[in-house]
Write a protein that binds this ligand. Structure first.
Ligand code: NAD
Ligand code: 6OD
Length: 434
């Protein structure tokens, strides 16, 4: 924290926006130059397949820096001409200042992507950061530090502190009075603890939290597109994606066929090739406990439900089968709780009103994906479902300029484009009497 505060008094504080933007591009290029190192580090930490790293997680880390290198150069502020009794008027205009030292607390499921999604806009706005990566996935935050040094980011601007959460590095950072604001991605209950810590000193928070996202499939949807997207959304990254689908609602005439087709796709996924293990044995215990609860609550197990047989050299990993259930009540534990594993419950519905109520019947509000060829219906539903992000006929299609974040217990604030800049800067008004 001392290093970061010192950096805010050094050359970083007066660096021109154009130069900061150039530096962000140099960081992106530095990640690309050391692409293989980042891929290896992220694979070693997460256990997910190389293709996922090479095509999504690592390039996206670099893309985050490029996106905010651009958006910081296009930020405007507001101004007002104010009438006054003497007729001479006043001019109000706003200026943006960096917030200062930002604590960045990150999860393990997409480590570089999610960390740079915060660090890039924070640096673009002229802040200094202290990153606390997940204890499960420390590698790429450290490598990024090497890149920062290689491209000449001033000392103290990007800091990494490794450790655990409660009673450790995470709590020390969020409780530290020298930290001006905290940005966090992770579980909703961790967000609650961090918000309590942030209340001391009235520090601002930006939260991306858990989800219990739905996919809504109408009978008129393009079936191939829908099956591809829903399968990906349920099982990608071994189900460890905050935007992942754990509740699928299918219009009744399509229900039986849809379940059969997703089952076939789930069963074609090969552990070790298409998906890796869960992050830890501890997380597998949690996910397996939900697999057991589903059976206890009367689910039909369409596929999966256990642990796959793996070759001896891999058998020690936290492998788990992609799992699909049907037939559960709407208040069953696996229909209500975020599991964060490769699993979903599929339920039929009969009307638009019914499925809107079902989709909204959750404490979370991160994302939803609607599949239909009736675009009027898609627009109507997008407005009626209480989530921060709605996809129509797709899933996880990202434009980094758009607002990203959750409603209800899924988050506070929005990241992306100018919305990130809102959090990482403080707006000041200047009133000039003419
Ligand atoms: P987590 O909340 O357990 O941990 C996240 C980070 O917080 C870790 O670095 C951890 O060490 C730290 N931490 C834990 N307790 C802390 C405390 N009291 N004070 C300070 N720091 C603390 O989350 P996770 O298990 O790493 O990630 C999975 C969760 O993240 C899921 O709930 C998932 O939905 C959520 N997530 C949300 C988004 C989103 O954009 N909304 C994205 C990815 C993951
Ligand atoms: O794409 C993003 O910007 C983003 N925050 C993705 C989150 C994925 C969660 O696992």
């Amino acid at each position: 924290v001392k290093a970061a505060r010192a950096a805010m008094r050094g050359p970083w504080a007066t660096m021109a926006v154009e130069d900061r933007s150039d530096l962000l591009r140099a960081i992106a290029d530095g990640i690309t130059r050391r692409f293989d190192d980042f891929v290896e580090a992220e694979m070693a930490d997460t256990g997910q397949p190389r293709s996922m790293m090479e095509h999504a997680f690592i390039p996206r880390g670099a893309a985050n820096f490029k996106a905010f290198a651009d958006s910081i150069k296009g930020v405007s502020t507001e101004s007002f001409q104010t009438e006054t009794p003497d007729g001479k008027g006043a001019l109000n205009y706003a200026i943006r200042k960096p917030k200062g030292v930002i604590g960045v607390i990150c999860p393990w499921n997409a480590p570089l992507l999610l960390m740079t999604w915060k660090v890039a806009p924070a640096l673009a706005c002229g802040n200094a950061v202290i990153v606390k990566p997940s204890e499960e996935t420390p590698g790429t935050a450290t490598l990024l530090g090497e890149v920062m040094n290689e491209v000449g980011v001033p000392k103290g601007v990007y800091n990494v502190v490794h450790g655990f959460g409660p009673g450790s590095a995470g709590a020390c950072l969020t409780e530290h009075p020298g930290v001006d604001a905290i940005t966090f991605t992770g579980e909703t209950r961790t967000g609650t603890a961090i918000m309590q810590a942030a209340a001391h000193g009235l520090r601002d928070v930006s939260f991306e939290l858990g989800g219990k996202n739905s996919a809504i499939v109408f009978a008129d949807a393009d079936l191939d597109v829908t099956l591809e997207a829903v399968t990906r959304s349920a099982f990608l990254n071994c189900g460890q994606v905050c935007l992942g689908t754990e509740r699928v609602f299918v219009e009744r005439p399509l229900f039986d066929r849809f379940v059969a087709e997703v089952k076939a796709r789930a069963e074609s996924l090969k552990p070790g090739a298409n998906f890796g293990p869960l992050i830890s044995q501890e997380h597998r215990e949690k996910v397996l406990s939900y697999y057991a609860k589903a059976v206890a609550e009367g689910a039909t197990v369409v596929t999966g439900g256990g642990v796959p047989e793996m070759p001896a050299e891999l058998a020690g990993g936290s492998w788990i089968q992609p799992t699909i259930w049907t037939g559960l009540a709407d208040d069953a534990a696996v229909v209500v709780d975020e599991i964060f594993g490769p699993c979903c419950h599929i339920r039929p519905f009969d009307s638009e009103e019914e499925v809107i109520a079902l989709a909204n019947d959750t404490e979370y509000g991160l994302s939803t994906a609607i599949f239909t060829s009736n675009l009027s219906r898609a627009h109507r539903m997008a407005g009626a479902i209480d989530v921060g992000i709605t996809w129509v006929n797709s899933w996880f299609l990202r434009d980094l300029r758009t607002p990203f974040g959750g409603s209800k217990h899924s988050g506070i604030g929005r990241e992306g484009g100018v919305h990130s800049l809102e959090f990482y800067t403080e707006l000041r008004n200047v009133c000039v009497k003419l």
